[in-house]
Design a protein around this ligand. Sequence first.
Ligand SMILES: Cc1cc2nc3c(=O)[nH]c(=O)nc-3n(C[C@H](O)[C@H](O)[C@H](O)COP(=O)(O)O)c2cc1C
Length: 354
Amino acid sequence: MLYEPLLRPALFKSDPETAHEAGVRLLKVLQAMPLGRSLVSWTAGPAVPGLETEVLGLRFDNPVGLAAGFDKDCCLAGILPCLGFGFLELGSVTLRPQPGNAKPRLFRIAESGAIINRMGFNGCGASAAAASLKELGKAAVPLGINLGLNKDCAPDRAPQEYAETFSMLEPFADYAALNVSSPNTPGLRALQDKLRLERILSALKEANRAAKPLLVKVDPDQSEENLKDLLPLIASLASGIIVSNTTLSRDGVPAAFADVKGGLSGKPLAQRSTRLIAKVYGLTGGRLPIIGVGGIFTGADAYAKMKAGASLVQVYTGLVYRGPAAVRRIQAELAECMRKDGFKTVREVVGKGA
Ligand SMILES: Cc1cc2nc3c(=O)[nH]c(=O)nc-3n(C[C@H](O)[C@H](O)[C@H](O)COP(=O)(O)O)c2cc1C
């Protein structure tokens, strides 16, 4: 309640990455306190009934998850479910630790409800992430681990490095997400090429002895032709698709940000990713589970993505702008959209507007 009028203006006066780090530190402290989780649950607001769903062979209390990038080191899996998320996607995690790009690398565009980031997979690496997850124990909601790639990995070694990272983190994951779509690691998006992707997915399939669901996270800037080419491959070697990562487009942001390098997220990305979800849903006949992400600030935004074909959705930038009560508010608004249109279950909504 107090976040948007009081806390946000103060927070937005500080450097974005410093503010993020302060948020992570606070959540870590609360995670370690006996009453910390109850306090966060109380701040987030009451649970919203009637949003349970089942996708990828997993049960979800609600379809609103946390997008990758917020908890890159997988150190908040104990406390983040208290914000009301139906699932968490942690990472991206790379095999080896790396510092990421030079700062500043995170920019708010408040007038557009957007963020540009060029973090470049800063993180503690797979071994430390696994140790963190082990210490925290089983999370209260389904957990996805997003797999990134070190900057110094030669393209030919990508299949091995992704598979090695997967093997170290798989014991803690309910699903894994293959990130071949971040714009901030040179050459990463080029892995969305049929032959290269096939090699990576084959290596992951071989490493995936427990047959955990594997999803591919795609970028929103590729041609329809490329996407058409990739979908049969993804449908045969993976369990689903995440649409989408950040965009290189600068539509919807002031001209002053045209030359700021990085991926754009938030409101200006919303329609672009929803259109891509509808395309993927149409091209796959609704048979490939889709996680929809990009510019979800309200329940109506989540509803639009689900009607376009997303079975689950994720939020990142909306959380920065709407605060800790955002997740429950999005759910309450989503439930209201469903009630108005006469939908009784989340599954009934999926693809209904496509
Ligand atoms: C600061 C920041 C860091 C991110 N880091 C990652 C990442 O490590 N891996 C990834 O797959 N996506 C990453 N993303 C992309 C988000 O997961 C999401 O796809 C994108 O931001 C669109 O959703 P949103 O508009 O709700 O933020 C990042 C986004 C932001 C804003």
